[in-house]
Design a protein around this ligand. Structure first.
Ligand SMILES: CC(C)(COP(=O)(O)OP(=O)(O)OC[C@H]1O[C@@H](n2cnc3c(N)ncnc32)[C@H](O)[C@@H]1OP(=O)(O)O)[C@@H](O)C(=O)NCCC(=O)NCCS
Length: 156
């Protein structure tokens, strides 16, 4: 587990094997209650990334993603599968910090790109992805792509 800080009390941490209790305690963040053995298997799979954001000791947001292999290159892609911030903690930069953490981590580990899929009507998600550097091929596209260079993250 390692992390980054955001303001005085906020921080983002990457969870790993053995951290399943922390996800189970953050059940209020998920649409459906997490299952202990599913959570354990998820965290033990090195292709998965799970980030948890805290305000003090309260879990206030999360992001999870899974890596994909390609045929054209051995560099991997990261599929940002899900991101959510507790409604009472939104618009404080937590979603942005979760995305930035993921981008930094994927850049360090040599991924070629990170991509996310969302409904173009989900204005908050669209704006979050665009303002953190994702692009789409067309304005109505559902797929948001972050092309990663091997250079350090310019936003930090
Ligand atoms: C999308 C979501 C994760 C954003 O989290 P957040 O912590 O509120 O986002 P941030 O405070 O970091 O916002 C970063 C930027 O994104 C944009 N943004 C975020 N929410 C926005 C909203 N409701 N309307 C317009 N722009 C928004 C803004 O550009 C914002 O920067 P600013 O506050 O300086 O203007 C949050 O709204 C959420 O949990 N939504 C429900 C789950 C969801 O739809 N997830 C995405 C699909 S899986």
């Amino acid at each position: 587990m390692y992390g980054s800080t955001l303001g005085a009390t906020m921080r983002v941490e990457r969870l790993g094997p053995g951290d399943e209790d922390r996800i189970l305690r953050a059940g209020h963040l998920f649409d459906e209650p997490p299952d202990p053995s599913a959570v354990r298997a998820y965290l033990e799979d090195p292709r998965n990334i799970f980030l948890l954001a805290y305000d003090g000791e309260t879990a206030v947001g999360f992001l999870r993603g899974t890596e994909l292999r390609q045929l054209k290159t051995e560099r991997k892609q990261m599929f940002l599968y899900e991101i959510a911030v507790d409604a009472t903690f939104r618009r404080r930069g937590i979603g942005r910090e979760l995305v930035r953490f993921l981008l930094r981590d994927c850049r360090i580990r040599g991924y070629e790109e990170v991509f996310a899929v969302t409904d173009p009507a989900n204005h908050a998600a669209v704006q979050l992805y665009r303002t953190t550097g994702a692009v789409t091929e067309t304005p109505a596209d559902r797929m948001f792509v972050y092309q990663l260079s091997r250079e350090p993250d310019p936003v930090r």
